[in-house]
Each structure stands twice: as structure tokens, then as C-alpha cells.
Design a protein around this ligand. Structure first.
Ligand code: 8YV
Length: 318
């Protein structure tokens, strides 16, 4: 039987499915693997089911001696923590879990749009602090959401699911930027640059994959192009955004607010962000629902199954 390492405690259904097929070991610590642990795991297991935070860098692969591992079956759609080219260089396949995460992540984008526009976090903080003196006609006026324009940067599965929610659920106009031409089944305009999207949108939502190609794709230029009444939403990866430029845009009032689920140096969230009232901060909740985590895990197990059955795993990324 193939030996598989689950790098974090996972939902029971996932563990059972993995145990039916493999000899598994599941780490009890709910922390990312350290480089030494990654090298050890590459030598000991036939396959690894890693998660966000397990930084399989080029150095880790370069220093992995007697590598037994043949596949990293990532738990999640984003795999920017794994150097996939270096993995391929040492003969390791990498897979991910697209599809399983789409709706939940799009739902969190909507949560952030609504919370940011309607000042929900700020209002809740005020109420909990005992500072609510009662309703009045001009208290905590936010931005009306229905009928606005959403600008999606990255019209992949998740971007598309967000656009659908905005269009069908909130009657919004949709503009988007995608590096390749992409058509959408409802009215939506594709624009040439992120800046062009930023200039038109009331909500700029980032939904591109992370990694070196998109690092700091969103920076000062995009914030400068945004309307001062617009909100910026990131449910993708923290390093897609120049966080310092975002903080500056928020502090100066260049943009109205932001809703963030991801950060450049997770779990570190700059004090400057935490100090701002017009920012909604979530702790990477994109897929945090049991059935979603189960679906992700089952997909990751199926990728392992296919791989060791000699098939091309359904979600091979390298
Ligand atoms: C996951 C995510 O929870 O799927 C992704 O890429 O960002 C998350 O929602 C995380 O990656 C789990 O490893």
C-alpha cells in the first residue's frame, strides 16, 4: 500500500476515504510544515496531501535526498506555495482541487462586498463597544450595492461565479479583465487592463491565481485609477496586491474601503490595516465550510487514487 502524509488534521470523511486506499499518516499539529519536515516527508512518503502554508520551494526540492514522493496532491485550488516546475524537475506531480472551492469563495467575495459597502464590521464594532446611541437618519451611511458596477480582475471559475452573483443577484453591471479573451454568458465587458476595470468599477474584486506571474499585479496604479467611492476586495492571494500601496490608498481616502480575506504575510496582518475602520478583515475564510472542505479533500484523495492507478490525475497542474 502507498504511504501518504496528510499534513494537517482533515475532516473525518476525507481521512476515511484516504484510509480506504492508502496507508496514511495525519499530522496532529495544525501548523505548516517546516523545511526540514518537508524534506523528511519527501523521503518517507509516496504521496503528500499538503495545504496552504506548506512552502514546497525550489530549495526544499533541491535538498530532498532519496526522494520517494511522486505526488503532491494539494488541498485547495491555489498552489502558489508549491514550486511546480521544481517539483516536475524531480519527477513529482502536483494536483489541486478546482471546482470544489468555487462557490464558497465567491460567497465570501459577496460577504466582503456587502460588509465593506454597508459598513457592517464597523457597525458591529460600534454596537459591541456600547457606542450605539440609537437609529438616526444619517447614521453610518454606506454605499448602496444593488445596480452598481463590479469589476472582476481574473475571470476564471471563481471570478465568473462572483460575476454571476453580482449580475443575477444584485443587478450589477459587470466589467472584467482577464489575460486571455474570455466570453461570459451574460452582459459583461472585457477590458484591456486592471486599471481600466478599476476606473469603471464600484467594487474591484481580485480573483487571479497567486504566484510569481501575478505578484503585485494590483498596486498604486490600480488604486489611483479607482473612484474615491469604490471598494477593493481580495479573495485571491495576498501577494497579488501591493499591501503597502493598498494601505496608503485607504489611509489617504483615495478609495472608500476594502474587504480582504487574504494577506501578503499570512497570518500577519499589518497593524495599519487593523487600525482602519473602513476595512473588513477576514481570516482566510474562503472555503471554510465543512462540506466544502470535505469536497476539497475528497478531490485531493481522488487525484492520489488516479495517480497511483497509473492514470493522469484529473487535476494535474504540472
Ligand atoms: C483553502 C484557498 O482553504 O483553495 C484555496 O486555494 O485559498 C483556500 O480557501 C486553502 O488553500 C487550503 O489549503
Amino acid at each position: 500500500m502507498k504511504r501518504i502524509l496528510l499534513t494537517r488534521p482533515l475532516p473525518d470523511r476525507v481521512v476515511e476515504a484516504a484510509r480506504d486506499l492508502f496507508e496514511i499518516e495525519m499530522r496532529e499539529e495544525n501548523t505548516p510544515l517546516k523545511p526540514g519536515q518537508m524534506r523528511g516527508a519527501l523521503a518517507l512518503y509516496d504521496g503528500i496531501l499538503p495545504t496552504l502554508g506548506d512552502m514546497f520551494s525550489v530549495e526544499v526540492f533541491a535538498e530532498a535526498e532519496n526522494c520517494r514522493c511522486r505526488i503532491l496532491s494539494n488541498f485547495g485550488v491555489g498552489y502558489n506555495h508549491i514550486d511546480t516546475a521544481a517539483a516536475r524537475g524531480v519527477g513529482i506531480a502536483v494536483t489541486n482541487t478546482p471546482g470544489a472551492v468555487t462557490d464558497a469563495t465567491a460567497d465570501i467575495a459577496m460577504t466582503l462586498i456587502l460588509m465593506s459597502a454597508r459598513r457592517a464590521g464597523e457597525g458591529e464594532r460600534m454596537l459591541r463597544a456600547g457606542r450605539w446611541s440609537g437609529w438616526n437618519p444619517t447614521q453610518m451611511l454606506g454605499l448602496h450595492v444593488t445596480g452598481r458596477t463590479v469589476g472582476i480582475i481574473g475571470m476564471g471559475r471563481i471570478g465568473h461565479a462572483i460575476a454571476r452573483r453580482c449580475h443575477f443577484g444584485f443587478g450589477m453591471k459587470v466589467v472584467y479583465h482577464n489575460r486571455s479573451p474570455k466570453s461570459v454568458e451574460f452582459e459583461a465587458r472585457q477590458l484591456e487592463t486592471p486599471e481600466a476595470v478599476a476606473a469603471e468599477a464600484d467594487f474591484v474584486v481580485v480573483a487571479v491565481p497567486g504566484g510569481t506571474e501575478t505578484r503585485h499585479l494590483i498596486g498604486q496604479g490600480v488604486f489611483a485609477a479607482m473612484k474615491p467611492t469604490a471598494h477593493f476586495i481580495n479573495i485571491a492571494r495576498g501577494d497579488v496586491v501591493d499591501e503597502a500601496a493598498l494601505i496608503a490608498a485607504l489611509q489617504s481616502g483615495r478609495i472608500a474601503g476594502a474587504g480582504l480575506d487574504v494577506y501578503e504575510q499570512e497570518p500577519l496582518v499589518p497593524e495599519a490595516l487593523r487600525a482602519l475602520e473602513n476595512v473588513t478583515l477576514l481570516p482566510h475564510l474562503g472555503t471554510a465550510a465543512l462540506e466544502v472542505r470535505e469536497a476539497m479533500g475528497l478531490m485531493a484523495v481522488d487525484n492520489l487514487r488516479a495517480f497511483f492507478a497509473g492514470e493522469t490525475p484529473p487535476n494535474l497542474v504540472n
